[in-house]
Design a protein around this ligand. Structure first.
Ligand SMILES: C[S@@+](CC[C@H](N)C(=O)[O-])C[C@H]1O[C@@H](n2cnc3c(N)ncnc32)[C@H](O)[C@@H]1O
Length: 273
């Protein structure tokens, strides 16, 4: 009786609920189909550029969007959230507080983009202590323009395109702290090892690297054409293979996905050597 009563009582509610579920299922299928199509587009691009990496593909798309003035959540002047001056204002101060970064410490902003977060680090740090590194000259040049010549002349930020030579250069500056915000998401699974190895090379023996992002308890999942949530196990493995260790600090968790900070250090043996 109860079963019938519940069924009858909720009938008018269940229909829309079932419809909602069907619509949600359909939208998910469409999203998956779109992703498959976009992955096929990448494979076609790869055939035309056999020596290029995924990050070159990322840049081709992101730079062309930026050059057309399209809004972006983190890159360029036309940010889709708040204005350039305020968009990244909480990120660096909260990292500096949490990890005790002082104005005279050398810091690397790995994947700094157009200095949305970097501008606040540049303001806080003493001259020449900020290193902004990215895969794109175009983003660095735009970032320099966005922060303005007065701040650039006063604080002399070091801006470098990531390469073996600039990684060695940044490492020689002995950074105490490296941070990487909103970057991990855009690193292709096949390029995670390189990403982590570069970071470990920069911080050398006594630095700390903090990668802000998300990870999964299960497998790495692709969430958009250029975005992945990597599995904790894959990230841990990449860090260990590069001679480091990682602590995963969770800030929030939902549906097997965790948002937080990945603290990376070199292993004591590597550090001693
Ligand atoms: C979403 S933007 C974030 C920029 C900046 N960190 C911020 O929060 O405003 C991602 C940045 O990561 C850079 N990037 C993408 N793949 C990378 C990789 N494999 N290594 C280093 N940087 C990368 C991009 O060029 C881009 O500037």
């Amino acid at each position: 009786m109860l079963h019938v009563a519940i069924d009858a009582g909720c009938d008018h509610l269940q229909k829309p609920r079932r419809l909602d579920r069907e619509i949600a299922g359909l939208l998910l299928m469409l999203k998956r189909a779109k992703l498959l199509l976009q992955n096929a587009q990448f494979l076609l691009w790869k055939r035309r550029h056999p020596l290029a990496d995924f990050k070159d593909y990322f840049l081709e798309i992101a730079q062309s969007h930026l050059a057309r003035g399209l809004p972006h959540p983190t890159l360029g002047q036309n940010l889709s959230g708040s204005a350039f001056a305020t968009s990244g204002q909480k990120t660096f101060p909260s990292l500096a507080r949490r990890y005790g970064v002082a104005p005279d410490d050398t810091c690397v902003d790995y994947g700094c983009g157009t200095l949305r977060v970097g501008v606040h680090a540049i303001r806080y740090l003493n001259p020449s202590r900020y290193w902004g590194m990215d895969i794109s000259t175009f983003f660095l040049a735009q970032g320099l323009e966005l922060i303005g010549s007065e701040l650039a002349e006063k604080k002399l930020p070091n801006l470098r395109v990531i390469s073996p030579a600039t990684i060695a250069e940044a490492a020689a500056a002995k950074p105490k702290f490296l941070f990487s915000v909103n970057v991990l998401l855009h690193v292709h699974p096949s390029e995670i090892s390189e990403f982590v190895a570069n970071i470990l090379s920069i911080i050398r023996c006594d630095g700390l690297a903090v990668v802000a992002g998300q990870w999964t308890e299960g497998r790495t999942i692709q969430v958009a054409r250029q975005s992945w949530i990597h599995s904790e196990a894959d990230l841990r493995k990449a860090v260990q293979s590069a001679g480091g260790h990682a602590i995963f600090v969770s800030k929030s968790s939902h549906g097997g996905r965790t948002r937080g900070l990945m603290e990376i250090r070199q292993n004591a043996t590597a550090a001693a050597g």
